[in-house]
Ligand binder design. Sequence first.
Ligand SMILES: [Zn+2]
Length: 359
Amino acid sequence: MKSEKIHQSAFVLDSHCDTPIRLLNGASLSERGAEGHFDFIRMKEGGLNAAFFAIYTPNTLEPDAATRRAMQMVARTYDAVEANSDSVAVALSADDARENFENDKASIFLGMENGDPIQKDLSLLRLFYDMGVRYMTLTHARNNEICDSCAPKEKRWNGLSPFGLEVVKEMNRLGMLIDVSHISDEAFWDVIKNSDSPVVATHSCCRAIANHPRNLTDEMIIAIAKTGGVVQINFYPPFLNSDYAEKFWPLCDKFEEVEKLWKESPEKFQTQYDAAKAEMEALERPSYKEIVDHIDHVVKLVGPMHAGIGTDFDGIEVTPAGMEGVDKLPLITEELMVRGYNEDDIKMILGENFLRLLE
Ligand SMILES: [Zn+2]
C-alpha cells in the first residue's frame, strides 16, 4: 500500500504542540498562517487527527500569574476550537477522539506543561483535570514545588518533592498521565518508582543518539516501556543531532538576548533582531529523516508499541529540514515505510500507542 493511503487511514496524534502560546498573542488558526507551524488548515493537509495543545507556563511566573495564564490558555483553546466547530472538536478521551475521527473532525486535547499552575494545591490539579487537561509535565526549565528540572545544575529536591509524591498519587487516581519530559534524571526515577500507571515522555528524544539532558537514556526508555508507556519523539533539531546542537546553542542564546531587547523597543532593535534570526536560520538543519532515526532507536530497544511523535511545533525556533510545519507529517509515514515498517507498526507509532494510554 502507498504511504499516503496508510497515513490517511491511520489515526495520527501529536502529543505536544505549543500553539496556545500563539493563541495568547491573538493568532487565528482558521487560516493558513504565515507564521508558526500549526493551524487547522495545515492540520488537515498533514492528516493529523489529534493534537495535544500544551498549556505551558514558564517557571519564572508567580504562582497566581501561572494559574491565571494556564486558565487563559485553556479558554483560548476552547475559543479557537469553537470558532472552527465544523472541522475541529475538543477531545477528553480516546473515545471522543475516535468519534471525532468517524465524523471527519480533528481533535484537540489539552496537556499541561509545567505544574506551577496547580500551586501547592491538589484541588487545583483536580480542577484542571475537570477543564480537560489529560497529562501534566511536572516541571519545565527550573526546579519547582513538584520536582527538579533537567536544566539547572543545582537541584532542589534531588528528585520528586514530598508534594510531588502526592501529585503523582493524585494523577494516578484521576487518570491523568504523568509526563516525564523536562524533569531531572532523579525525578524521572522517582516517578517510575511511585507511579501505578503508565508513564509518558510527550516530547523527548534519545540520549544515545544526541547527548543532551533533555533526552532519555536507553535505561529510561526501557523503564517507560515497562510501565506500558510511550516515548514520543521531539522534532527539535538540537535534540535530534549533537553536531547541529553544538553550533546552534550559541546562536540561539544570542538570538534570545536580542529578542528580549527587541520586545522592549522593536523599532530600535529590528535590524539586530532580523540579523540574529537570519544567522540562526542560516545554519544547515538536520533532515526530518533524523526524527525517524530516534523512532527507530526506541523501536529497536522496546518495540513499536512504545514509540510515537510529540512535535513541539510552535514551541521551537527551528524545525528539521523538510518538516517546516504540521502539513509535512506524511513524510514521517513515508520514511517509516522506506525503512521497512509494516502498516500495523506505523499506525501504532503514529497514534494508536498514545490512544491506548488514554483508554
Ligand atoms: Zn517542552
